[in-house]
Ligand binder design. Structure first.
Ligand SMILES: [Zn+2]
Ligand SMILES: [Zn+2]
Length: 299
């Protein structure tokens, strides 16, 4: 009986040692994967650690028979690298996944708490955007609708920020002040003021947010540039056409109708504002054509 218990204890210890050995062997892999885990998803590293430990459990360590200096050193190294791997995984679990999104959800809720207005903005994050100058696409002020909108956001972790500004912008306002500025990134993450990196949305949350943006703002996953910028490029195209017209017609300044005919003649569609603003043509003191758009903040 006592013998069995001892054997069991030894077997158990060997299994734990096996798990530690698995973690130790996979430790260099964890270090190599760190940049990928931080930029794509920390769950990659966590998955590797769990697999390494489970494989190790399945292949228990041999019993330590007799004394051997090398064996003792090896077991110490296993303990050190296993501990390092556990620390790395624990740090990723805490900082990069926010304990499976729990901490990020909590901090995000407290950042947007008591917001009384939400604005979907035709722009991106603060890197290159001036939210005050950008058009509003949609506004929510109804309390129940605000709560329903906020409920769509659930996070699974955070990654290093990508290179773009994101689109569209989503801002939370409270008492006439913009308290949180954010932008959606590639339909799957939200970059939020006051938070490190890009907050990754859970798969369910991504789907809800994308559907909501499509339904209420006409935005699809491929929309990545503000519409007012598209409008600007289209106005440039008309201005260039006006200059070309003048060059080709001994300096005669074209009217809008002239330009429309010109586009038609060339088999091209006349550029239009993506949100339906009206274009008008004026000439400055320098004689250069300027196209203005009537859509709000399209200038
Ligand atoms: Zn991005
Ligand atoms: Zn416009």
């Amino acid at each position: 009986m006592a013998e069995t218990t001892k054997n069991d204890a030894q077997g158990g210890a060997r299994r734990w040692y096996g798990a530690a050995r698995g973690l130790a062997i996979a430790c260099p892999l964890a270090l190599l994967l760190l940049p990928v885990s931080l930029s794509v998803s920390a769950y990659i590293s966590i998955f590797v650690a769990v697999c390494a430990a489970l494989l190790g459990l399945a292949v228990p360590g041999r019993p330590h028979v007799g004394k051997s200096a090398w064996r003792t050193v090896r077991e110490s190294l296993v303990r050190i690298f296993a501990a390092l791997h556990i620390i790395i995984t624990g740090a990723l679990l805490y900082f990069a996944t926010g304990l499976f999104g729990f901490l990020i959800d909590m901090n995000f809720r407290s950042a947007i708490k008591d917001a009384d207005r939400i604005v979907i903005r035709d722009g991106g994050g603060l890197c290159h955007s001036k939210p005050d100058n950008e058009p509003e696409i949609f506004e929510i002020t109804n309390k129940a609708e605000i709560a329903a909108f906020n409920d769509m956001f659930k996070f699974s972790g955070q990654t290093m920020p990508c290179m773009c500004c994101g689109y569209p912008g989503i801002d939370w306002w409270r008492d006439g002040k913009r308290v949180v500025v954010s932008a959606v990134h590639h339909g799957q993450a939200l970059r939020v003021t006051g938070f490190w990196g890009d907050l990754q949305l859970t798969f369910g949350s991504r789907r809800l947010v994308q559907e909501w943006l499509k339904e209420n703002c006409g935005l699809t996953g491929s929309s990545s540039m503000p519409r007012y910028k598209y409008c600007r490029y289209r106005r440039y195209a008309v201005e260039r056409a006006a200059q070309d017209f003048a060059t080709a017609n001994d300096g005669k300044k074209p009217t809008m109708d002239d330009l429309r005919d010109e586009f038609k003649k060339n088999g091209k569609e006349f550029p239009a504002c993506p949100v339906g603003g009206e274009y008008s043509l004026t000439y400055g003191e320098d004689g250069l054509p300027t196209i203005k758009c009537t859509a709000p903040r399209h200038d």
